[in-house]
Design a protein around this ligand. Structure first.
Ligand code: 5GP
Ligand code: ZN
Length: 139
């Protein structure tokens, strides 16, 4: 629990939320400022900022909840698709420093874009640069 974290305070029940799912480790609730009807946030109850901070079993529980909830959200708002995403750090747009998975229902012609729209100019990487990056990731 982090005292100044708004999602910890929601988990604690100090701040009300429209909870749609709860188990021992995970809570899901409607986003207060939804990007579309049914926009849902799925959070671990324990405070961790980044996906890589989560113990492996907790990240599995979070994504199991995402998987279970998505068709329920879909049925509730008659969605045609979903964008499922994490803003994993401030430079990626994370405003609440408590990991949360956005489940954003999508509709044909909703005016939104694909995940490919999240950056501006795309880098022009040649084969050697791509090979180097892949090597570094493989370690
Ligand atoms: P981020 O930019 O950190 O990935 O997204 C934070 C999300 O939390 C935003 O979509 C915002 O609307 C939502 N949010 C912020 N404060 C609250 C709150 O007090 N209650 C709920 N339900 N959602 C919140
Ligand atoms: Zn927190």
């Amino acid at each position: 629990m982090s005292d100044d974290c708004i999602f910890c305070r929601i988990v604690d029940g100090e701040i009300p939320s429209r909870t749609v799912y709860e188990d021992d480790e995970v809570l899901a609730f409607l986003d207060a400022n939804p990007l579309s009807p049914g926009h849902t946030l799925v959070v671990p109850k324990a405070h961790h900022q980044f996906l890589s901070d989560l113990p492996a079993d907790l990240s599995a529980s979070v994504f199991a909840a995402v998987r279970e909830l998505t068709p329920r959200v879909q049925r509730a708002v008659d969605a045609e698709a979903h964008t499922i995403a994490v803003n994993d750090g401030p430079a990626a747009g994370q405003e609440v420093p408590h990991l949360h998975v956005h489940v954003v229902p999508r509709f044909e012609g909703d005016g939104g874009g694909p995940i490919h729209a999240i950056t501006g100019d795309r880098p022009d990487l040649d084969d050697d640069e791509l090979d180097d990056i892949a090597d570094d990731i493989r370690g």
